[in-house]
Design a binder for this molecule. Structure first.
Ligand code: PEP
Ligand code: MN
Length: 360
């Protein structure tokens, strides 16, 4: 899939303002709930009203969505408020019904993106549609799986395509429900700068008080829009209660976010930016050089261990290094998470080097 400029044309042409805002409840629960929230969102920055009709739940026994009847409620939303509508589709039957009821934006959920069979079925059902189709990242941090889904839809002649970054699941307990792994979204943006990308801070955080910060980070990284779960009575929502915000809170979030421009033509700004970027380039080169030197020293240790037939890994020594570096990092404004990740990677490279020497 080449990076076609037309990829983002639909978004620019629609003139929806920046950022594009998609909001509404995790799930459509009742007609009253759907319409109540829609009316509360009517005169805000929200362009698309989302509501899950079919809910993919990790475990059975939870609320699995109201089904097709909810599509009638979404139609009412459009008639009564003028908001465009959005829902998740996960198979051909969903697509046929969503198109029949004229839903304006269809998204593909994280649990569907992992399956090329499902994606192909959805792509075939959507062939040639002029509806907007957004692909959520797969639950696992796999860029090819995500891009593969976009490619299948692109091949099915769907022109209004984009992606939603909703974070990735991990076995480790973190402060997020789904860790953002921002570098993956950045890699995707670097490969396809014209593919619209929306952030979903609700599913990334799982907690409403973290939504503002994640949204700000997304805007700082040039995301095109936000999808934020919004409910009239979040605590009593039938799904994802902890992460939904009220319409009032959503308006406040949108008011407080600092909206960034992609760039600025002004000469002084450009001079300063170039200067800082040159400094970064110099420092990055020094970093690589230093890491190279560090590996040479590590090779020397490998030679010594080989002579004495000593194992490559000495975990006491390694834990001491980590502890020291976390403290040092802290004093220089580096987060523990970053220092740990970086040193784990450096350590792994050292081990690989020493393994090679010992087994040579
Ligand atoms: C949702 O948007 O409500 C949803 C189920 O999302 P995800 O596919 O990201 O889990
Ligand atoms: Mn949800």
């Amino acid at each position: 899939m080449e990076n076609k400029k037309e990829m983002r044309k639909w978004l620019d042409d629609m003139n929806l303002g920046h950022p594009l805002v998609i909001a509404g409840p995790c799930s459509a629960e009742t007609e009253d709930q759907v319409l109540k929230i829609a009316h509360q969102l009517k005169d805000t920055d929200v362009s698309y009203y989302r509501a899950g009709i079919w809910k993919p739940r990790t475990r059975p026994g939870n609320f699995e969505g109201v089904g097709a009847i909810g599509l009638k409620w979404l139609q009412k939303v459009k008639e009564e408020t003028g908001l465009k509508t959005a829902t998740e589709v996960a198979n051909r039957a969903h697509v046929d019904l969503a198109l029949e009821y004229d839903v304006d934006l269809l998204w593909i959920g994280a649990r569907s993106t992992v399956s090329p069979f499902i994606i192909q079925e959805i792509a075939d059902a959507l062939e040639g549609t002029d509806k907007i189709v957004l692909v959520k990242n797969p639950v696992n941090p796999d860029l090819s799986l995500w891009l593969g889904a976009v490619e299948r839809l692109h091949t099915a002649n769907i022109e209004k395509l984009g992606v939603i970054h909703r974070g990735f699941s991990t076995y480790e307990k973190t402060k997020y429900r789904n860790i953002p792994e921002w570098q993956l979204a950045i890699e995707l943006q670097t490969k396809f700068p014209d593919l619209p990308i929306i952030n979903d801070p609700s599913h990334i955080t799982g907690k409403r008080d973290m939504i503002f910060d994640v949204s700000q980070t997304a805007l700082d990284l040039n995301f095109d829009g936000l999808m934020i779960e919004t409910h009239c009575d979040p605590d009593n929502a039938w799904s994802d209660a902890a992460q939904q915000v009220t319409p009032e809170r959503l308006v406040q979030i949108m008011r407080d976010l600092r909206i960034r421009k992609e760039t600025d033509e002004e000469a002084e700004y450009n001079n300063k930016l170039n200067n800082l970027r040159t400094q970064i380039d110099v420092l990055d080169n020094q970093l690589i050089e230093l890491l190279g030197k560090r590996m040479k020293v590590s090779d020397g240790i490998g030679e010594l261990k080989k002579q004495k037939n000593v194992a490559v890994l000495q975990s006491n020594r390694w834990n001491a290094i980590l502890g020291n570096m976390i403290l040092e990092g802290e004093q220089r404004g580096l987060s523990e998470e970053f220092v740990l990740k970086m040193f784990k990677a450096i350590h792994q490279e050292s081990i690989n080097h020493q393994e090679k020497i010992i087994n040579a």
